[in-house]
Design a protein around this ligand. Sequence first.
Ligand SMILES: [Zn+2]
Length: 249
Amino acid sequence: MNCGIRIADCGIRNPGVGTSSKLESEIWKGFTNVEAIILLGAPGSGKGTTAEKIRAVTGYVHVSTGDMLREAVRKETRVGHEAESFMERGALVPDEIMIRLVEERLDSGSNSDLYMFDGFPRTIAQAELLEKSLRRRGVGISHVFFLDTPRQVLIERLSGRRICRKCGVNYHVVNMPPKTEGVCDACGGELYQRPDDQKKTIIKRLEVYNRQTEGLISRYEEQNLLVRIDSNQSVEKIILEIVDMLKRG
Ligand SMILES: [Zn+2]
């Protein structure tokens, strides 16, 4: 059992007097061994929303490399400057820069933090760097959750996305349509489709994603860490399933 998980009803919060030494050592272990989980999911799998809810329910620190990159660029940090030169050219940010970003984040946390990685690792090389880096800090990976979504569902979700030009609010032509087609409910601005969300581009993005993550998925399967979650269900059900697994440790 792992009481390091900050879930309200974690059963061993107050073990009381007379607890067996085995349980005590397990509690101790739970509080000193920092753990990490990884979320994998294709664009459109709802990974970001899921991560945000897990953070809210469990207290896992959300380590989103996408957000961290944008922030580093905005704050003009050293890593930010280096990453920007690649992003401007439309090139992938090298693994070495990504892992430095992650390490800065790990080193700024406390030794009781539980980490949830979102958007990293994306390749086997990154997974190896992350494992090394976590091991040095005494952090173990407890679960890798893969939000498994049928390709057709991903295409429908992504190609239906519309964004307001003026205020940036997101809509979906089927799941969250505006009151008037093409017009933002909030500000009356014009809704548009990002070039990235056009069907041809989506299919390409998904192909790239699959190619990159195939290796990762088998790696985590071999390590007995992979948990497949059917992402074609409500976010609430997905969260319940994940939190249940985390509680079981
Ligand atoms: Zn708007």
